[in-house]
Design a protein around this ligand. Structure first.
Ligand SMILES: Cc1cc2nc3c(=O)[nH]c(=O)nc-3n(C[C@H](O)[C@H](O)[C@H](O)COP(=O)(O)OP(=O)(O)OC[C@H]3O[C@@H](n4cnc5c(N)ncnc54)[C@H](O)[C@@H]3O)c2cc1C
Length: 581
């Protein structure tokens, strides 16, 4: 095990009581995780260094940075973790080839800003993949070309992208250089492709909502607290008008309470202006909400390994096709909204545009393809507004950290790929404010389930033997939970009924759902259906089949009173019905 992994694991072992067991020739660490109720009980008795509002990528990144520097923090999330933009991304860990292209456009006004954006994200791309190897993977992307001029243009563009990565790389995961591919190789991956040649360049991809979960579990094992379904209603201030805590409302326990903290971080993404206005009603709004939609298609339309990038659709946008969890997702669109809303839906116009762009590219019949669409979903990008931006394309994709007079630290904008950097920079501001002398740790923090030199094939075999699992199921548990897979499977095998499968096409069992309720704070069926498992993103029909079962498991485990069950069943089913085609 290298030094980075050793430091991360050693710190977890010393801070939490863990038990080492032998599992064949593999190790098995039992992770003692707190329940949601235990986290809330801690919140009432502690005074925190940092109260983090928002449990998406940004809040989870801040929580991890606090944990690594020994600060005491709590994350408060008004809905479920990752229920905002952080579960609805294109799942790319990338520098942004689109911004790279813009750097070289004559009309580009913010060349330096775009360059920095790409350089910063390329550096973080390596860090991201090496922090959490089990939830991430390399992502070779094909740019199809129809003439030699395009081939040269995209090859040299991708080469510059790769050189920028090599120049700024400080360690972490390594990416292969771009290469030119011919028709035969392309046809092996995309049978509908019409191009004769293309360029393959490399980025990364991941499972976004599960990543938030893994980040929070890591922070929790390092002594941090977190609770979902707790909304921050107002900021508490002292006589000098400095923030000293928050007034919060627990939507599950239906209780108001106060939490004390030396400072508050506003990591509420598209809702950041609400907290800024709570702090100071005179500030101007900074957030521009831009919705983006995706469709999920069966894998037969794409490749199981390569992505496909249409660099210019008929109306000049880019469109990605990404293999993801045995399917293919395609997106995204850009639609400006007046306000950030909780569950935006895909507009008819977006749906038609996605379908048409895809069918035009491969010259296939849109009516036939429409029958195969498995899911559609929409998220809201929280972009930070600058006065000179004329359109959403021109609104900066950079992030900004603002510290108000009363001490509210708002971290706004950015993207998933750079969550770690945003977390570290935010905690730098926290330390300037509260005068704490802890320093950034130099080594890259590994997530709990990750071990360097993690030999996936060997682990899969050990798990297949130990738990009598088919290979695909063993692979699912390892690439979802990393090392925690053993704890999940132990619960699955505890009682015969826990082995019952929810849906014949998916590996989810009652035991896994129980694990997600007990140790991952799942409190509503949608938490299980959309974010702990990714069923709702993969196959919206499947969730209608399993909804009632999931509801019953939750009602029994969480001892929901009958009256509450009826109201809850109706409310949640309506939420899910909205998604129906
Ligand atoms: C369509 C789309 C595609 C994208 N694709 C990519 C991609 O491929 N790669 C990439 O790197 N980035 C991508 N992004 C960007 C990335 O998803 C976002 O930058 C990131 O998820 C933002 O995380 P966040 O935590 O700031 O916001 P969110 O995930 O929205 O989290 C904010 C949270 O704050 C909570 N909250 C709000 N108010 C309160 C309150 N008063 N009390 C408590 N909690 C509150 C909300 O419930 C929410 O969960 C994409 C974004 C979109 C929309």
């Amino acid at each position: 095990m290298n030094r980075v992994a050793f430091v991360a694991v050693a710190s977890i072992l010393t801070q939490r009581k863990v038990q080492l067991q032998s599992a064949g020739d593999s190790r098995h660490i039992h992770y003692q995780l707190k329940s949601r109720e235990q986290h809330l009980a801690d919140a009432l008795s502690k005074e925190y260094d940092v109260i983090i509002v928002g449990g998406g990528a940004t809040g989870a990144g801040v929580s991890l940075a606090c944990a690594n520097r020994g600060l005491k923090s709590i994350v408060l999330e008004s809905q479920d973790y990752a229920s905002g933009a952080s579960s609805k991304s294109t799942k790319l860990v990338h520098g942004g080839v689109r911004y790279m292209q813009q750097v070289f456009q004559l009309s580009e006004k913010n060349r330096m800003e775009k360059w920095q954006l790409v350089a910063e994200a390329l550096k973080e791309r390596s860090n991201f993949l090496s922090m959490c190897s089990y939830l991430t993977q390399d992502f070779p992307t094909l740019i199809p070309c129809t003439n030699l001029f395009d081939l040269g243009y995209y090859y040299f563009g991708s080469l510059i992208y790769h050189c920028v990565y090599l120049y700024y790389q400080t360690g972490g995961h390594t990416f292969k250089p771009p290469r030119i591919v011919g028709k035969d190789e392309i046809q092996q991956h995309f049978k509908f492709a019409k191009c004769n040649y293309g360029v393959i360049y490399y980025d990364g991809q991941f499972n976004d909502a599960r990543m938030v979960q893994e980040l929070l579990v890591t922070s929790s094992l390092k002594g941090q607290n977190m609770a979902n379904y707790v909304e921050v209603k107002s900021l508490l201030k002292n006589q000098e008008n400095k923030i000293v805590g928050v007034q919060a409302y627990d939507k599950i326990g239906q209780k108001q309470f106060q939490i004390k903290g030396k400072c508050v971080v506003n990591a509420t993404g598209g809702w950041a202006d609400n907290l800024r206005l709570m702090d100071d009603p005179n500030v101007s709004k900074r957030i521009v909400s831009v919705a983006g939609s995706h469709l999920t298609m069966p894998q037969k339309y794409g490749s199981s390994y390569w992505g496909y990038l249409i660099p210019k659709t008929n109306d000049g946008r880019v469109l990605y096709m990404v293999p993801w969890l045995g399917n293919m997702i395609m997106g995204t669109t850009e639609r400006k909204l007046d306000n950030t809303i909780n569950d935006p839906t895909v507009s008819n116009e977006e749906y038609m545009w996605l379908l048409k762009s895809f069918c035009d590219e491969f010259a296939i019949d849109a009516n036939e393809v429409a029958k195969d669409v498995k899911s559609k979903w929409c998220g809201v990008r929280p972009l930070v507004y600058q006065n000179n931006a004329l359109s959403t394309k021109e609104v900066s994709r950079t992030h900004e950290i603002e510290v108000s007079k009363s001490g509210l630290i708002s971290v706004m904008g950015g993207k998933w790929t750079i969550f770690r950097l945003m977390g570290e920079q935010t905690v730098d501001k926290v330390q300037e404010l509260i005068g704490n002398n802890y320093k950034r740790i130099e080594n890259l923090p590994k997530l709990v389930g990750d071990w360097t030199q993690f030999d996936n094939k060997k682990e899969i075999q050990v798990m297949m033997n130990k738990f009598d699992l088919p290979q695909s199921y063993a692979a699912y548990f390892l690439t979802t939970y990393g090392d925690r897979a053993y704890d999940v499977l132990k619960l699955v095998h505890e009682k015969p009924e826990n082995k019952e499968c929810l849906h014949p096409q998916f590996p989810h069992t009652i035991g896994e759902i129980l694990y997600q309720i007990r140790y991952e704070q799942a409190r509503k069926p949608e938490d299980i259906l959309f974010r702990r498992t990714r069923l709702g993103f993969l196959d919206q029909n499947a969730i209608f089949n399993v909804y009632e079962k999931v509801f019953q498991i939750m009602a029994k485990e969480l001892k929901w009173p009958e009256k509450f069950q009826k109201e809850f069943l109706k409310e949640n089913f309506e939420y899910i019905r909205k998604l129906e085609f």
